[in-house]
Design a protein around this ligand. Sequence first.
Ligand SMILES: NC(=O)c1ccc[n+]([C@@H]2O[C@H](COP(=O)([O-])OP(=O)(O)OC[C@H]3O[C@@H](n4cnc5c(N)ncnc54)[C@H](O)[C@@H]3O)[C@@H](O)[C@H]2O)c1
Ligand SMILES: [Zn+2]
Length: 706
Amino acid sequence: MSEAIVSAEGLRAITVEDLTVEQAQAELAALAGEIAHHDTLYHQQDQPEISDAAYDALVRRNGAIEARFPELVRSDSPSAHVGAAPAGGFGKVRHAVPMLSLGNAFAPEDLTEFVARVRRFLGLAEDAPLSFVAEPKVDGLSCSLRYEDGKLVLAATRGDGTEGEDVTANVRTIKDVPNELPAPFPAVLEVRGEVYMDRRDFLAMNAAQAERGEKLFANPRNAAAGSLRQLDSTITARRPLRFFGYALGEVTERIADTQWGIRERLKAWGFSLNEPARCCHSAAELQEHYDGIGAQRAELPFDIDGVVYKVDRIDLQERLGFVSRAPRWAIAHKFPAEQAQTKLLRISIQVGRTGALTPVAELEPINVGGVVVSRATLHNEDEIRRKDVREGDHVVVQRAGDVIPQIVRVVDADRPDRGPEYVFPDHCPECGSLAVREEGEVVKRCTGGLICPAQAVERLRHFVSRDAFDIEGLGIERIQLFFEEGRVRSPADIFTLEQRESERIDRLVSKTGFGKKSVQNLFQAIDRRRTVPLDRFIFALGIRQVGQATARLLARNYRSLDAWMAAMEEAAKDREGPAWQELTSIEQIGPSVAGDLADFFAEPHNIEALAALRAVLTKVEDYEPPKVAAASPVMGKTVVFTGTLTSMTRSEAKARAESLGAKVAGSVSAKTDYVVAGADAGSKATKARDLGVTVLSEEEWAALIG
Ligand SMILES: NC(=O)c1ccc[n+]([C@@H]2O[C@H](COP(=O)([O-])OP(=O)(O)OC[C@H]3O[C@@H](n4cnc5c(N)ncnc54)[C@H](O)[C@@H]3O)[C@@H](O)[C@H]2O)c1
Ligand SMILES: [Zn+2]
């Protein structure tokens, strides 16, 4: 985090009324930076660092200072911006009608003030009728769907309100979004609404992600945003996204006179609507509906963070118009975060499958908004220090629609018998290996990749995977089982499995139900891999940031396992010495990757595990530079493989092409020389033909390269 944030924290102790002009100016500058930082994390990366309530507090503070010092309002003021600019990787879409945010109401007075403000603006008498639509504010991300002649042609995220991201392919995978509308419909119709995920679907999806050792999402909103904003729509298709329609963008003809009427038209076209919704005629009725929804909140299938009120008559909406980032005719009445106080018994450390050390607060169980909470996340080392959370403290726990409860603050920090400051461990509690925190990272990680039980299954799975040792018949289920039974704990164990188990093979067979033949096949598959090429060996170790390409670079540079290991151990001992210099001088290996390699080799447990592994292998082959046939017909050509290949795998085809001097690309462009189309080749082959690129069958390709 930047310094600005620290200084803003310091200043925030002063109430807005007491700020001097200089202080106000400094704090507005700090807040602008801080809020922009959180906007990027939240809107672009779907990975917020702070709770929504904490974020809202910053925005409110900014608004209060601006209200007192209007002359200090900055040109980059957060109160004039919506969201964040589109992220790279997506096509950009300009919104014909801007997509705005909503003003917020928190206290009941904010609500009455909103209604009064609308009346004042419109010059309505106290008793003149004025109605509002009140509907839940679903916690997802807004999306604009464009229909031309009743067909879905474009879908875009809000982005910064003016320009969003083109997510059409992804939105087409959402079942709630009709591809075609039943007539009648205007020639152009933009439907706006919220892409979200049901809480139940979210939990199931996170469980499946955990199962596969993939990234977990903090809450349904981040999961929905992360799933919609995928560059690969086949991933989006597997995510349980849903859509609610609640507004219109560009439309070529008026389709209703009221907001309620718009809802009915949307429903007739097949859209789902935010429910429970109601048409209210006074501030009191709005408050009543808000309280009613609040009471049902835990039972609703999706997360909501408030209730949205919209002036019902469209002509009045048009008269009211907008103020900078939000309409005057609508407001979001937010629910307070659900909080409670309890005692923090202990801080424990969880080690994730990738080695990340996460501090967890073990709490005296407490009911927070209807859910019993006994653990809360403390995020990371910095967060504990920032809040100065210690064992034995009484703390405020919060659930703000988030599934993972959080610690907000300590309430009794000034008690005399308070324990010492919490010291974050520098060793992994699971395996005792050193835990390190790389520069610029907030997370500390265990470096004992090869022996750490918390990481073992994930590491073993990686070790035997296709591009690593490629051991057939050893899938994730078998690894899991062997690990749990204590048969395989480290990579070396795989190679001594037969020796240890052969007399007991019958037992293995009966216990696992694998079948004798399948166990024998497995042993044979393992035997075939007692000799491996150096680059596969390096890749298989699962060192952070050392993927296939980096492993190949290392193999090419050091040639033999002995040379590589010696150099790495040297570099680990002296991170300035000649071995380090050589390592970081390899093109594409920067200090960050070098640091991960050095950390791995600095951990004695890993050296032992490596020695054990070498002892059970027949040979790690030295790196063989690919022999490029001088007259290779594909030398320097760019090739794209698509569809299902039958004579070899995609990785094999790629390696072979590269060894012949070709460059293998992922997508077709005018620069592509050949597209090799296997069975069921789709859009890439079509595109190639359109561009006049030569498309070859698998056989033709084989003939070409001889
Ligand atoms: N934790 C963080 O770091 C962080 C950072 C940035 C923003 N945020 C959170 O994001 C929100 C601010 O973002 P915002 O500008 O999108 O404002 P907002 O979410 O408060 O309100 C606007 C949005 O509400 C949504 N919405 C849901 N139901 C709706 C309905 N029935 N009718 C109309 N709109 C509906 C739309 O997506 C619309 O864009 C706040 O909740 C804030 O706490 C958090
Ligand atoms: Zn460990």
